[in-house]
Design a protein around this ligand. Sequence first.
Ligand code: ADP
Length: 537
Amino acid sequence: MSVTTEAKRIAAEFEYSDVAVNEGVKEFIAQMNEGLQKNATTMSQIPTYVTAVPNGTEKGLYMAVDLGGTNFRVCSIELHGDTTFSLVQSKVAIPKELMVAKTAKELFAFLAKQIELFLKEHHEDHFEASVRHRTTVSTPGGYTDDKAFRMGFTFSFPVHQVGINKGTLIRWTKGFDIEDAVGQDVCELLQREIDTLKLPVKVAALVNDTVGTLMARSYTSPGKTSTLLGAIFGTGTNGAYVEQLNKITKPMEGDFDKTTGLMVVNTEWGSFDNTMKVLPTTKYDQILDRDSINPGIQMFEKRVSGMFLGEILRTVLVEMLNENACSLFSDKDSSQNDYHSTTQILPNSPLHKQWAVDSSILSVAEADNSSGLKILRQFIEKDLGVAAASLEDAQAVKDISHAIAKRAARLSGVALAGIVLQTGRLDPGAGDNPGPKSAAAIAEDIKAGNIGEAAAATAKKLADTTGISGNEEDIVDIGVDGSLVEFYPGFEDYMRESLRATEGIGATGERRIRIGIAKDGSGVGAALIALVAAKME
Ligand code: ADP
């Protein structure tokens, strides 16, 4: 079989039909609700204790710190109240020995010291003012509480969150290992060291990066509409959205403000359908899962996120080579009229190594539309370790990459559609989004003399043709972050295909959904959570 035919046959295995999209959305909603009712095996639906989202008018000076993997970032954020903000930050590498320190105190004392250095460098005024206030001590840190910076703490390790600024460490990951921290409240560990240094800082919120994305987008998005969903499509994938409090029926520990009737929920949708009821699967997905460290877990993520798409591609190519059914990468003369050359898989080729192929090659393959696929062929040499690949080989890589990424984006659209339908945000009169008025409602308005017939006719025509009444309130806003959605050409378009295909959304609903990049969830997003938390103190 020719390489081209074989590639097209495999690409077809990744097709994900509109019918499958609808089955996926239905099951997504079912698993969301299961997670709201009990500790589910698939989507965890974790309550975050964040009970409000910003609309861009918030003001004030807040702090945020981010302990990710290798670095500790400290920043202060001035919210201007007009959807804009200014941010000052410092970043320092965590010394290796502190990642495996004997006691948590050593690590957290180092973090508090970085906060002190940051304040001295960037907020000397604020710092001094609060130091002067120390004569009227009222908090453990020795500053007056109202002068203290409220700070959001993004802590990217597994925690059991029991309050907006309370969460116990479940286990360390990413090379950290400090035994006595496990089971302790990480906010308290940090606050204790901040107080030892007598800094005017209060750890107001423990922040999950996906919730940060939602908050950052909600503040910065145009208009005063608040955002429904923050979604990440990077190394991993996850989403956090605004849920009606009364839909969360499983027990919640800890105290929180119930007056808003809302709660931001961290879906942990990477584990959607771990039981494989509706997720599409190919032989290559099965091989990837079997050879992963966690078979049967994160099944949605394994078909969607950046960490896995390169590996799916590698698995397909390796299978094509193993099966010998076609002649991939074995051209004797791959010159294509430049020079004579034999295609060669280099000895250290990433094709031979699990996880060695980065997903960014999928973007390169999609973007290269030149007739000779020259750029892609260069990347095949650089990223796949195959010298002088033929045009036919490159076209095969392009077709397969396209199929893998398109399925990932259409699956991502299933998650978006599930949340839009679950929250009823497109329904007339829902939350921020009353939706276009029905013909009957418009007729009522005319009868009551609220609007003239000509204006009503225009409004009806607009609503019928676009589904948008022209009001900002009709928009359902979604914030996205991550290299995959940002850099893969057309990722959003394929997500939108799924939205349009979904019963209950359709082309009319899809047009009302605005998707925008949300940057810096762990900076401005964390600061905004601190602001929400401070309002509820
Ligand atoms: P993180 O999610 O770790 O914060 P990113 O959002 O940058 O960071 O995502 C990194 C992931 O995105 C990696 O798995 C990488 O392979 C993938 N990636 C990076 N660039 C691209 C690209 N241009 N196209 C597709 N995937 C990419």
